[in-house]
Design a protein around this ligand. Structure first.
Ligand SMILES: [Zn+2]
Ligand SMILES: [Zn+2]
Length: 198
């Protein structure tokens, strides 16, 4: 029987699942880049969502496996920089939930594991998690299992291709199935707002 990863925002207005047919087609990564960190800080969730080294635990998966139980209309999106990474949060309580590409032409999707209720369902994938951008991590990173953006991209590409070639990406509820544009128009965070983060 297939498992599901359950997620919810802090107030419970937004919730849903990621279907996990076996074998699980996904990968766990802890990202230490300053953009992920500042996204979580902007949402006021640094204490509950970042690890001791400022890392954000993510699960990369096929976006067609995502389903909202409730609150899809409460999703908001933003860009931290000029880069095409799109950040998704539940607007009700500013809980960071997903990272994606700017549109669904490249169907790439991560979920923030701190917003999931049963990450243990990922089993050995969590034990194999790798750390990204450790040069931006806080404290001693010698013992962290590292990966590079290039090798991560090589491992992610088959999932992206499966979504494109099978047409499955049109089932990703964060994007319009016809235009591949995000369901919530992104806000671009002004540099000054980011610089003023506590
Ligand atoms: Zn909420
Ligand atoms: Zn990052």
């Amino acid at each position: 029987m297939a498992d599901s990863l359950h997620f919810a925002c802090g107030c419970g207005e937004v919730s849903g699942t990621v279907a996990l047919p076996a074998p699980i087609d996904g990968e766990c990564v802890v990202c230490h880049c300053s953009d992920c960190r500042d996204f979580v800080r902007l949402c006021g969730k640094a204490d509950s969502m970042l690890d001791n080294q400022g890392g954000l635990a993510l699960f990369n998966f096929r976006g067609s496996r995502l389903t909202f139980q409730r609150g899809r209309e409460r999703m908001a999106s933003l860009h931290m920089t000029e880069k095409p990474v799109l950040r998704w949060l539940a607007s009700c309580c500013a809980t960071p939930l997903f990272n994606s590409y700017a549109n669904n032409r490249i169907p790439f999707l991560d979920i923030c594991l701190a917003a999931t209720r049963n990450p243990e369902v990922l089993g050995p994938l969590r034990a194999r998690e790798r750390h990204l951008f450790t040069q931006s991590a806080l404290g001693d990173t010698r013992d962290l299992a590292k990966t590079s953006p290039l090798s991560l991209a090589l491992r992610t590409t088959p999932r992206v291709l499966k979504e494109v070639l099978t047409g499955a990406r049109r089932r990703n509820p964060l994007f319009d199935p016809a235009t591949h544009q995000p369901i919530a128009a992104p806000r671009r965070v002004p540099r000054a707002e980011r610089a003023a983060l506590p």
